[in-house]
Write a protein that binds this ligand. Structure first.
Ligand code: KG4
Ligand code: ZN
Length: 371
């Protein structure tokens, strides 16, 4: 026997105003999140500041939220509940979404559920598919604000196994990317620049094995960020030295394995763009390798891996985790790329799953709340 609820989900914890209508169908241990309609407005104003400015973010939500909702053409008589992100996030941004959701719930006499943003990310892979839930799962959220690994024993029973002690993985990509002049949020631009470096590998002017990448023993990305900012500075400094030196050409010694002789070769001349692409390539390799390394020890005794968060949209990371899943014979549930980044559909789904399983929401609005 299955039961279903039509839930309106509202997400405004950071810089995306996102609202979605989702039919949540729960059967005997199965879940389906059918997205009926969704709409997202992403604020671009933060690009010029290289990061999210909280006051501008809350004003941006205020200006956008009614427009995003009306673009959906909702029949309120058909809705069963409203779910809204209450924590964690920017307090002003959260307050806009929560006040708006509260107003709607009063106007249309609908129950209101407060949903934890990370619970939304954890179940986001269940959007657009029917899945038989086989707990326990290991969950990994990799976003701009969080990098955490969870053991999910059952619905509503989530144990934090590890969290970054400093920067989140997405924050590390964003900060190094912005430092090099890429637009904020920089994750996607870093991935695009990294793929451009492949041309340099093919023409032999960039050999990734020549670089010593940072070794990190615990879940942490602050040191990685500093190491790559320093690498970028060093490569740019060499570039200016080269262009200042008259007549002298930088050279590179290479052992010719055929003749056994040391040959002198002209060192590759990189442009600023090449350097940015090279740093992005090495950064993405390092961050994705570390995420796989941190995840691996948690795979024993679980039936699957639930992934969520903006960085999970990264193709390279998806491929590396897919290989890990094959090695362990573990099912991998990844959200569609558009549901990896912040979205209202995941909030509607998490709210609906709570409702159908007799769990309460939490209406306390907080910048931080543990899951
Ligand atoms: O989940 P999300 O939308 O917001 C938070 O809850 O933080 O994640 C945003 C993060 C940003 O750091 C952004 O640069 C990163 O996700 N991101 C990506 C990609 N798309 C977004 N990182 C790498 N590759 C991508 N394709
Ligand atoms: Zn998020």
């Amino acid at each position: 026997m299955s039961s279903s609820k039509l839930v309106l989900g509202i997400e405004s914890s950071c810089d995306d105003t996102s609202i979605a209508l989702v039919e949540v169908i729960v059967g005997d241990r199965s879940v389906e999140g059918r997205v009926v309609a969704d709409s997202t407005f992403s604020q671009v104003i933060h690009e010029e500041y290289g990061g999210v400015v909280p006051e501008l973010a809350s004003r941006g939500h205020l200006a956008a939220v009614t427009r995003v909702l009306t673009s959906l053409d909702i029949q309120y008589s058909e809705i069963d509940a409203i779910a809204v992100t209450t924590a964690p996030g920017l307090i002003g941004s959260l307050m806009v979404g929560v006040s708006f959701a509260y107003g709607l719930s009063q106007r249309y006499n609908l129950p209101l559920l407060g949903v934890h943003h990370l619970e939304g990310h954890l179940y986001s892979s269940l959007l657009g598919r029917v899945e038989l839930l086989k707990f326990p799962y290991v969950g990994m959220i990799v976003s701009g604000g969080h990098t955490s690994i969870y053991k999910i024993h059952d619905l509503g029973s989530v144990q934090n196994m590890a969290s970054t002690s400093d920067d989140a993985a997405g924050e590390c990509l964003d900060k190094v990317g912005v430092y090099m002049g890429l637009p904020y949020p920089a994750g996607r631009a870093v991935a695009t620049a990294a793929s451009e470096a492949e041309a340099l590998i093919l023409n032999g002017s960039f050999d990734p094995s020549q670089y010593r990448l940072p070794q990190v023993k615990k879940l942490s990305f602050s040191g990685v960020k500093t190491a790559f900012i320093n690498l970028y500075d060093d490569l740019i400094a060499n570039l200016s030295k080269d262009s200042n030196a008259c007549n002298s050409k930088a050279s590179l010694s290479r052992l010719d394995v055929g003749t056994g002789e040391i040959v002198q070769e002209e060192a590759p001349r990189y442009s600023r763009q090449d350097i940015c692409n090279i740093v992005c390539y090495l950064l993405l390799e390092t961050v994705t390798d570390l995420l796989v390394k941190y995840l691996e020890p948690h795979l024993e005794g679980v039936n699957g891996i639930l992934l969520g968060g903006g960085v999970i949209a990264n193709q390279q990371l998806r491929e590396k985790i897919a290989v890990l899943g094959e090695q362990y014979g573990t099912q991998i549930l990844m959200p569609e790329k558009r549901y990896s980044t912040d979205n209202g559909a995941m909030i509607a789904l998490a709210g609906g799953m709570r409702l159908l399983n007799g769990l309460n929401g939490d209406m306390r609005v907080m910048s931080r709340r543990d899951i």
